[in-house]
Design a binder for this molecule. Sequence first.
Ligand code: KG4
Ligand code: ZN
Length: 338
Amino acid sequence: MSTNTINILAIESSCDETSAAVIRDGKVLSNRIATQDVHERYGGVVPELASRVHMQNIVPVVGIALKDAGVDKKDITAVAFTQAPGLIGSLLVGACFAKAFAQALDVPLIAVHHMQAHVLAHFIDTKPEFPFLCLTVSGGHTQIVLCKDYLDMEVLGETIDDAAGEAFDKVAKMLGLPYPGGPLVDKYAQQGNPLVFKFPMSEMKDYEFSFSGIKTSVMYFLQAQKKLNPDFVEQNIKDICASVQYTIINMLMAKLKKAAKALNIKHVGIAGGVSANSGLRKALKETGEQLGWDVYIPKFEYCTDNAAMIGITGYHKYLKGSFTDLSASPSARATWDV
Ligand code: KG4
Ligand code: ZN
């Protein structure tokens, strides 16, 4: 191996996925993700349980990621970890592990912002041109991000309440579906008619979003319909899912189009867990064709939380010499400049 080779070991533990990846010179050699099923029966992530499962998973997951990559510990050049935002107990597990690993190997430590990493997931296998506009939609965030360079990003607008993924999950819960319900809503929506039921679109200023309204309107709608017909959900689940998904996607795409037009940007992508949604992926492709955009849609494994995106961000921070010291402390909420 050349002495100039940069092998980044990356750790992601911000929510309920324990993930480790090895990135060599910006290319992904391995990307292991251990999903925590323990939360399913609670209908949402239980932070305390998430931290404990991270503790159990982190050592084996890192071991497997190194093995998959065929990289020995002593060949690691730097260790990158998610510093923020996320569940604090979960972040602490990854941060402590990364610090110990970096200290034991005497290599630099790199702190990564989870939301920047979702955007930079696009630069794993492709290379969008700057300025690049990214709609990042996850379980905790909904943001329109202007990406001027790898590490120069600006949030143009975000949700003032629930995230888009949260809206999917909460509607799924009302329909009796297990957590996380987003992928199941997507599955039913593919077989339903999006125009059967009408839900209100929130009208927000600038590039802001709001998803608490649709959640409440679906709740009242279901209550009223179930009074008339106790089997309403079972009989209409496909059309309900299709109609809710259609409304959420329209809200997201309206703001993305507005931002692309105002800034005259033609390189546009989606990122985060909800970018796995088949309807959103299709809407971006169709809009791109209509408006002459170059569109970027991540591979499924890079949509939801993964360490490869932490690794690619770590790689660009490494190139800039942007390291952190062992006093680095995770944060549940964070300013954009980690
Ligand atoms: O990015 P992510 O893995 O974690 C956070 O950083 O929050 O996103 C998880 C979110 C969950 O709300 C999940 O339901 C949603 O992404 N999600 C989807 C789909 N796949 C994942 N939502 C709609 N359709 C999907 N296919
Ligand atoms: Zn995420």
